[in-house]
Design a protein around this ligand. Sequence first.
Ligand code: EPZ
Length: 419
Amino acid sequence: MGKYIIKGGNKLNGEVFISGAKNSVLPILASTVLNSGICILKNVPMLLDTFVAIDILKDLGCEVSYSENLVVVNSKNINNTNVKEELVKKMRSSIIFLGSILSRCKEASISYPGGCNLGKRPIDFHLSAFEKLGIKIEDNEELIKASVENIKENIIELPFASVGATQNIILASIFVNGKVIIKNCAKEPEIIDMVKFLRKMGANIYGEGTHTITIKGVKRLNKVVEYTIMPDRIEAGTFLCMSAITNGNIKVNNIVPKHLNSLIEILNKIGCNIKIYKNSITIQNKNVLKPIDFLETNPYPYFPTDLQPQIMALLATIDGISIIKENIFEARNKHIPELNKLGCNIVEDNNVFIINGVNKLVGKNVVAKDLRGGASLIIAGLVAKGKTIVDGACYINRGYENIERKLNILGADIKYIKD
Ligand code: EPZ
């Protein structure tokens, strides 16, 4: 599993350079299956999840090579349409390969991705949309087998602006005979990034970033495409919270500031002084930070669920009561008992978290149960007295590239111990 050992008490100062976005590179790697040519991807974060997606591509018959943050995918020959169970178990978001394999090969199978520590994580929106596209689904709750003659044009209204379902429907619709319209789709920047990549490949899609996306079918995609992955807004937001909790003064580079508007609004409200530049943000605390009366997570452009554990750790050290309501996942709360072990005072009631700020945390052994929850434990460890040992580092390494190096450059005292 691996662990991070953090010695608390250091202020963060200096500059950090943000990596490419995990939640953009995964759907873009899945999209390469649609191209019979070659895709050259730059600014790829070399994360555990990236390597799982690369293993899936190789298992499907693609040739994949990579060095540093460059990945080249030659998907000329796809000779397998079944996504290996051991890979699906490692990364539940591999479900979005279903749409691209189906588009290219007219059949696909994948074991049920199952839930994770955020809750059940069902895929009913994906499967019911696929059926509306004329895709035949056999689903025995263990394995999903899908096949289609030709994707049927249709208008699909999503019950919830699901990121994964939006991505999967787009991927399944690229070669439709006619057009597919997705209503109430997700508007996340990662959706826009995937669509821009697909458009470079020759796909005909418009409306990304709005609640309605239209895909007009094309015959085939066979190009050499070069694309640079967008910056990771969640990694950037994590570092902003790290600076604020240590009363630091940092500059976050290689970002798209507008992707962080909802977090910037909150940080300004609690008393941080944030300056925005073209591709970077600086942050330092103006004075003693104030609690936030009420904050809730919602789909983009509202406050992202993927920054809920991180802002919680920050608010837990600010005198006064802050309240967060988690609207996206039914169980994004596994970090709370671990934060309380460090001295936080957080109570929860049916996805409403009441945070009673304390002015002192003490280092302890804690366990990361998921990616962003793990990040929140590192954040708390940065100010906890003494040593904090965060077990379950493998979760954190799924979504943060070189977090130990980046934090040490900013003046933190953190070590990664591989088990
Ligand atoms: C993506 O997950 C992200 N993962 C998540 O980031 C992120 O938290 C989430 O979007 C919301 O922004 C990747 O992009 C790889 P959803 P996804 O479908 O697509 C329910 C991280 O930490 N739902 O928008 O799985 C679902 O249970 C990860 O980087 C259904 O009920 O999220 C959840 O409650 C965590 N049925 C809500 O919708 C479905 O068929 C939002 O899920 C699909 C989803």
